[in-house]
Structures are given as structure tokens and as C-alpha cells.
Design a binder for this molecule. Structure first.
Ligand code: GLV
Ligand code: MN
Ligand code: MN
Length: 416
């Protein structure tokens, strides 16, 4: 099949303008975004995306998980489409690019194809996966997980946010629960463009990360139960301090991750203490351990050590514990042909590139189980992400989208 000509480029000004327009919806408090999944802001962002898709002549489908599929017809509509996309939801203190670049990069591809009057044999579908972040409702990559058959739809509908609201009810409330059965679509290939969310590309002054693997992850939600008591008058030996237990577990997670350097990571990002009063010893704490590694054996070993350590800590403090796995995926190896399409595209376009392992989870990690999949990454300033100060340049975004463009249209096959 003929490779696209090297002069084939997306319109990076239009891509950038669209990213900035989307960022106006659900603004954060420090220049970024708070457009968490299935909130009113998420609903508004979806409407804007749909308006853009309508204007580009795409046909929108929405499945029962709220995932949006905007289709540009191919010359052979019977062929399975090439899918491209990411997510429009953000962390509570998220950046403007995490996820958004991948969805709007996909939209920019079809806009550019329209401008140039280029037809492809396979249809192209730009996708916005629901609840990639997992911040409001665990787990992350929820809709792509249901699509890939690894998460149960009825189960995730029941998952609650910190106010007790159910995912399924909130999806319905914002009006984006579609009628299409989840996972019914046949995918010829899936490509996702994303910011790196780490420092490697910027440090090495490289334009493009060709993502060959994604590291595996486990989220363990821990509940420690001690006894609420007065912070002033309860003798130290009599305390059953769930806050102290949480502190020790946090330290333990850090130590375990440090034992598996240079690749493994671990932290506790979500923490709640009850009743959270200055002069009451915490009787209950709830927190989530996030451990990751590119090697399954390491991830499993870390998991076992964390559980063993929690047992020892709780026994010493005379507190009870419960550990629930609320998120999990094994390390991922992306499809070699899709990876090659990305590497070849970067070469053809004259961008510097290197192979890279994704540290973050992505919808591509789940879709890789049901279709040939790969990812493109562009640098981000100081490797900073999941922070409102997350930043990239228009040139980095444009280069990433150019590479995505070439990989997608080569796979969808240009009609001469
Ligand atoms: C998703 O953003 C993750 O936690 O990696
Ligand atoms: Mn993301
Ligand atoms: Mn994210």
C-alpha cells in the first residue's frame, strides 16, 4: 500500500485553537481544567465536540457507556474502520492536553482529509472514551475496559463517587448514555496520540515517542479501622490510630517501589480520614495505593509485599484492614505493525523519534486486547501532567498529530 506523501500535514493552528476552545469548558483554578467524567462540564465538552464533528460531516454514534464514535465514511463502508482518539475527561486539577490532544488530533485528521479532498478505503472513527481518568469513579479507562470485555458494564454503572452518586445514573443525567451496545464495533486498528506525561522526550530533545509498551498497574483501595478517641486525653499505648496506619502504609509503598528501581513506581494519591477533626484520633482511613511496573512479575511481587506489609502494620497498631483491588491491568505490548506505521511516519516526516514505554494508563491499553493498537507521544514541559500547569507547544502537538495522521491514513488506505 502506498505511504502518504511527506508533504501531507495537519493544520496545527486549527488543532491548537480547538484545544484552547475546549479548555474554556470546565476551567480549573490554576490555568488547567476540571472537566471530570459525567459532570455537567463533561456534557458541555461533549456537545462542543459533537458540533465540530457535525460540521466536519461525521456521523455520531454513542454507546451505553457514553463513548462517542464520530465516523468519516470510507469508499468501502463494509470495511472495519480505523479508530483514532483518546478522552475529553480530566483530573480534578488536570491539564488542557491529557486526553484532549488525542481526541482533537483525531478530529484534525478528518478535517485535514476534508480540506484536501482525500478519500480513504476504510472509514475513520474519531473516538472520545468515557471516564479514562478514573478520578471521580474508579477504575481508570472504564469505558474502554467495558468495550474490551474486561470490565462488567452493570458493575461499573454501580460505582459511586465520593458523594455516593452512581456512575450509570450520572451518565444518564448528563444525557450521554447512548443506545448502542458496548463492544459491538469491529476495529481494524486503533491509534492514540497522547502527551508523554514524563520527562524523557523533552530531556532528550526528541519530537516523537513511538510507544512500544505500556506498564501494568494495580490500584488497591485500603480501609483501616481503628477507634475514634480524644487526641489529648487518650494515653499513647491505648490508641488504635488508623491515621498512623495510613502513614506507615504510604511509607511502605514508597520503599517497595524503591526496591524495584529503575522502572517500578508506587504512591498513595487518594486519602480520606474520618472523622477528619483536629482533636479526634482518626478511627478510619480510606486510601488507594497505585503501583506500576512494565514487568508483570514485578507488579505481582509488589502487590504481594504491599499486602503482607499492611498485615504486619495493622497487627502492630491493633487496627483492622480491608484491601480491595479497584483497578488492574497487566503490562501491554502494542501491535508491531501499528508501531511500525508510527515509526515509519515519524521517519517520513523527518521528526526525531525514539521508542518509549508509557508510564500512564491509556484507553489504548485496553483496546490493544481486541484490535491492533499503538500510540504516539509528544513531549510535555518538565514531564509534568495531572497538574493544571501541564504544558506543551503548538509545534510538539502539530508534530504528534502529523505522525498520527500518516499512521492513520496509511492504515485506512488513501484512494488514489
Ligand atoms: C490515567 O491517567 C492513569 O492513571 O495512568
Ligand atoms: Mn490521558
Ligand atoms: Mn490522565
Amino acid at each position: 500500500m502506498a505511504a502518504p506523501g511527506e508533504n501531507l500535514r495537519i493544520n496545527s493552528d486549527r488543532l491548537w485553537d480547538s484545544i484552547m476552545e475546549m479548555a474554556k469548558i470546565g476551567p480549573g483554578i490554576a490555568g488547567g481544567n476540571n472537566r471530570q467524567t459525567v459532570t455537567d462540564e463533561d456534557g458541555e465538552g461533549r456537545h462542543l465536540f459533537k458540533r465540530w464533528c457535525d460540521a466536519a460531516g461525521l456521523e455520531m454514534g454513542v454507546d451505553e457507556m457514553g463513548t462517542m464514535f464520530a465516523r468519516r465514511e470510507g469508499t468501502d463502508p463494509s470495511l472495519p474502520p480505523v479508530y483514532v482518539g483518546s478522552h475529553l475527561d480530566t483530573q480534578p486539577t488536570g491539564g488542557k492536553y491529557d486526553g484532549v490532544l488525542g481526541v482533537l488530533g483525531g478530529l484534525e485528521i478528518v478535517r485535514s482529509l476534508n480540506d484536501l479532498g482525500i478519500k480513504t478505503r476504510h472509514p475513520i472513527v474519531v473516538t472520545n472514551w468515557t471516564n479514562e481518568e478514573g478520578a471521580r469513579f474508579a477504575p481508570a479507562m472504564m469505558a474502554s475496559g467495558v468495550f474490551a470485555g474486561v470490565l462488567d458494564q452493570a458493575d461499573v454503572y454501580e460505582h459511586t463517587d465520593k458523594n455516593g452518586k452512581k456512575f450509570g445514573e450520572e451518565l444518564e443525567r448528563i444525557g450521554w448514555k447512548g443506545t448502542e451496545k458496548v463492544g459491538d464495533r469491529k476495529i481494524h486498528a486503533f491509534f492514540e496520540l497522547h502527551i508523554e506525561q514524563g520527562p524523557i522526550l523533552e530531556d532528550e530533545d526528541i519530537d516523537i515517542g513511538v510507544v512500544t509498551h505500556g506498564q501494568g498497574l494495580k490500584w488497591l483501595q485500603v480501609t483501616l479501622t481503628g477507634k475514634e478517641a480524644h487526641t489529648g486525653s487518650t494515653p499513647m499505648p491505648k490508641r488504635r490510630n488508623a491515621g498512623l496506619g495510613m502513614a506507615r502504609v504510604i511509607e511502605l509503598v514508597h520503599e517497595i517501589a524503591m526496591d524495584y528501581q529503575p522502572d517500578a513506581v508506587g504512591a498513595v494519591g487518594h486519602m480520606e480520614a474520618y472523622p477528619n477533626s483536629r482533636n479526634i484520633i482518626a478511627g478510619r482511613t480510606v486510601f488507594t495505593i497505585d503501583i506500576r511496573s512494565p514487568e508483570k512479575e514485578v507488579l505481582d511481587a509488589m502487590d504481594a509485599r504491599v499486602r503482607e506489609g499492611i498485615d504486619t502494620i495493622c497487627e502492630a497498631l491493633d487496627i483492622q484492614y480491608k484491601v480491595e483491588q479497584v483497578g488492574h491491568f497487566d503490562p501491554v505490548t502494542f501491535d508491531k505493525n501499528c508501531v511500525k506505521a508510527i515509526r515509519d511516519a515519524a521517519d517520513r516526516l523527518g521528526y526525531t523519534h525514539r521508542d518509549i514505554v508509557s508510564g500512564a494508563g491509556h484507553d489504548a491499553c485496553w483496546i490493544n486486547r481486541v484490535a491492533p493498537t499503538a500510540m504516539v507521544m509528544c513531549p510535555c514541559v518538565d514531564g509534568l501532567s495531572h497538574n493544571e500547569a501541564e504544558e506543551i507547544t503548538k509545534e510538539w502537538a502539530g508534530a504528534g498529530a502529523d505522525v498520527l495522521f500518516h499512521a492513520v491514513v496509511e492504515t485506512a488506505v488513501i484512494v488514489e
